[in-house]
Ligand binder design. Structure first.
Ligand code: XMP
Length: 183
């Protein structure tokens, strides 16, 4: 698997520092809600955000719940978005809750917009969004995100939960692949 790596964009230490910083920012904002009766619900968009969310929640000391949503945009060997396809459903009791949607990467922005729209149909008190990576793409720039880890060039990235054809999610670093590995 290591032979397939072209370039390491961020290694595990840089990722850990970044996730800790995002966690601190979110935790500080959630503290402002302390004593507020409204519940906090994290909505991770799977499968790509699973590693990020697992690390992020351990920086959040607040009482919260998690309701996952499963979306597929890059089926199989795709490295261009085929459009967000919802495959899993949300918890149906989001009304009046503070919701934080968490995704691995903002690319065209379609996934986040779609999930946000679905969450808002449940009439939450508030919706915030968080992504680990934001690609330099016009679509991404047009979508407001409350918490962003790294801004990256427009390249296909894998590792730390992100995949190509469902492989490489277990790489601890965020990397690009050699062209031969994506055939
Ligand atoms: P959109 O285009 O909807 O894309 O913002 C968001 C979803 O697409 C996947 N995605 C990627 N997955 N490497 C990946 O492994 C990438 O470079 C990449 N770009 C987009 C990802 O699942 C994200 O949730």
């Amino acid at each position: 698997m290591r032979n397939d790596v072209d370039c390491i964009l961020f290694d595990r230490d840089e990722i850990a520092a970044c996730v800790a910083a995002i966690g601190r920012a979110i935790a500080d904002d959630l503290d402002a809600l302390a004593g507020h009766p409204t519940e906090i619900v994290l909505v991770p968009i799977l499968t790509g955000s699973m590693v990020f969310v697992a690390d992020l929640i351990r920086h959040l000391p607040q009482k919260l719940r998690i309701g996952v949503m499963s979306v597929s945009s890059y089926p199989g060997r795709s490295i261009e978005s085929k459009g967000a396809l919802i495959r899993g459903s949300l918890p149906d009791d989001l009304a009046g809750k503070h919701v934080l949607i968490v995704d691995d990467i903002l690319d065209t922005g379609q996934t986040l917009l779609l999930v946000r729209q679905i969450v808002e149909e449940h009439r939450p008190a508030e919706v915030r969004t968080c992504v680990l990576l934001r690609k330099a793409r016009p679509g991404a720039a047009a979508v407001h995100v409350d918490y962003v880890g790294f801004d990256i060039p427009d390249a296909f990235v894998v590792g730390y939960g992100l995949d190509y054809n469902d492989y490489y999610r277990n790489l601890p670093d965020l990397v690009t692949l050699r062209p031969e590995a994506m055939r």
